[in-house]
Ligand binder design. Structure first.
Ligand code: NAP
Length: 247
């Protein structure tokens, strides 16, 4: 057991989650992260973080399942000698379509991962942080949860819900000096956005005042700040990392 603080990051195997794991490792955290199916990518993240001096535990877990979340948290507590200093609820999915074409199961799948997964993790880790009387929770929302987006009703509902949960839980735990904030990325270059057709990507670029996509590390930099001592008096906020998209 080292004296480094412990960060638990969901969806750390790829994209924004991997960049967060790497950045928090460089900041001096030991890392627990989960993945769902991407074992090889998870091992790559683990190696990157270890090269930055962190001890790392990678756990397979489906955050849409309450029991998996509890197992992930239990494993993190054993790894971290009963402490979790920072929770980053990053894992998320999309199943885009126009409202009239969204199937029941695609609505449920997005809500189950993005919204209920975040709830299960905040509930479990929040209990420990309340006992510790310290902790930082950072939830991944999206500009789509702030502004809405055609073709993403399910995703927008989940990400707006994350903002509502963030503000509500921030009020519940502020007296214990636990902070709960949300980060709302715009269009960030990851597997999630690579899946969009080139024509859709071009259209989105026109809506970004910077007229360029963001990088995963742009988001990780903000997470790093919110997890740091410098952010101790910031809670219940939504910080857009979006090149001006949501202005
Ligand atoms: P990504 O590249 O698709 O990676 C998603 C990550 O979540 C992977 O690590 C994946 O694990 C994990 N994951 C997916 N479903 C899971 C489940 N049921 N249980 C546990 N883990 C699961 O996504 P990203 O672009 O980095 O996005 C990260 C977060 O930022 C998401 O919440 C997303 O909504 C949000 N966001 C992204 C953008 C953007 O432009 N990229 C914009 C706004 C918000 P495996 O590798 O095992 O599949």
């Amino acid at each position: 057991m080292s004296d480094r603080k412990i960060a638990l990051v969901t969806g750390g195997s790829r994209g924004i989650g991997r960049a967060i794991c790497e950045r928090l490792s460089a900041d001096g955290f030991d890392i627990v992260f989960n993945y769902i199916g991407g074992y090889d990518a998870a091992m790559e993240t683990k190696k990157m973080c270890e090269e930055k001096g962190a001890k790392v535990l990678a756990v397979q877990a489906d955050i849409s399942q309450s029991a998996d979340c509890q197992r992930l948290i239990d494993e993190a507590l054993v790894f971290g000698d009963n402490r979790i200093d920072v929770l980053v609820n990053n894992a998320g999915i999309t199943k885009d379509n126009l409202l009239g074409r969204i199937k029941d199961e695609d609505f449920d799948a997005v809500l189950n991962v993005n919204l209920k997964g975040t709830f299960y993790m905040m509930r479990g880790v929040g209990k420990r942080m309340l006992r510790q009387k310290s902790g930082r929770i950072i939830n991944m929302s999206s500009v789509v949860g702030v502004m809405g987006n055609a073709g993403q009703v399910n995703y927008a509902a989940s990400k707006a819900g994350v903002i509502g949960m963030t503000k509500s839980f921030a009020r519940e735990v502020a007296s214990r000096k636990i902070t709960v904030n949300a980060v709302a990325p715009g269009m960030i270059e990851t597997d999630m956005t690579k899946a969009l057709p080139a024509s859709a990507q071009e259209k989105i670029l026109d809506t970004i005042p910077f007229h360029e996509m963001g990088q995963a590390k742009d988001v990780a930099n903000v997470v790093s700040f919110l997890a740091s001592d410098d952010a101790r008096y910031i809670t219940g906020q939504v910080i857009c990392v979006d090149g001006g998209m949501a202005i």
